[in-house]
Design a protein around this ligand. Structure first.
Ligand SMILES: N[C@@H](CCC(=O)N[C@@H](CS)C(=O)NCC(=O)O)C(=O)O
Length: 225
């Protein structure tokens, strides 16, 4: 049975949706990154980069959310278009989320909510880059139902993971400036697998205080500053 190493974070939630869509049995292995559990030897043996998500599928270990999406969808031959043109499109959007939306959103949230001091330059840089990525995604989703065109793929699950947390970047306005992304999110919310993933998240309580223990665990580079 698949072991799913997870925290209630956008990158883990991408994988949670795929596992729920596949309806495969899996064992949930919560890793509380606020408590530093990502640095335990047992977990770094699975992901040497000490971050969630990761999975163990029999004798196969996969870490990094998009590697897991590609591995599971490829293995089960679903949520990946067979047509070459649509497949290339899916890869392009998947990677835009992997290398653009995901890290810029993560850094925007860091500088807005977690950094020990408010740095206007960093906040402006990252929030504007997140906004720019959403503008690109909004234009695309104004033309097609799903990122790769007509079919629902792992690229959509990847987008959902971060777009569900857009409020942490844009505040109360959320995705209001991106109506096509909002339409996409409404479609996603209607999927039973997405609701099951959200129920799974709600059923697990993780440490919430960003205290000294959490800062040391997640931002060890600040210890040297
Ligand atoms: N590129 C990785 C990023 C994973 C990542 O940043 N995970 C965060 C949670 S969303 C984490 O584990 N943070 C703990 C830490 O940095 O110590 C992926 O897509 O899986």
């Amino acid at each position: 049975m698949i072991e799913f190493y997870f925290h209630a974070t956008p990158n883990s939630m991408k994988v949670a949706v795929l596992l729920q869509e596949l309806q495969l049995p899996f064992t949930l292995k919560p890793i509380d990154i606020f408590k530093g559990e990502q640095h335990a030897d047992a977990f770094t043996a699975i992901n040497p980069n000490a971050k969630v998500p990761a999975i163990v599928d029999g004798d196969v270990t996969v870490f990094d959310s998009h590697a897991i999406l590609l591995y599971l969808a490829g293995k089960h031959r679903v949520f990946v278009p067979e047509d070459g043109v649509a497949y290339a499109s899916m890869l392009s959007w998947l990677q835009l989320v992997a290398t653009g939306l995901s890290p810029f959103s993560g850094q925007a949230i860091h500088f807005l909510h977690y950094a020990p001091e408010q740095l206007p330059y960093a906040i402006n840089r990252y929030v504007k880059e997140v906004a720019r990525h959403y503008a690109v995604l909004d234009e695309r989703l104004g033309q097609v139902r799903y990122l790769s065109g007509d079919s629902y793929t792992i690229a959509d699950m990847a987008l959902w993971g971060w777009a569900a947390s857009a409020g942490y970047v844009f505040g109360a306005d959320g995705l209001a400036a991106y109506p096509h992304v909002q339409r996409f999110m409404d479609d996603m919310a209607a999927r039973p697998a997405v609701q099951r993933a959200l129920d799974m998240k709600a059923a697990h309580t993780f440490k919430a205080d960003l205290d000294e223990q959490s800062r040391k665990a997640m931002f060890p580079q600040n210890e040297d500053a």
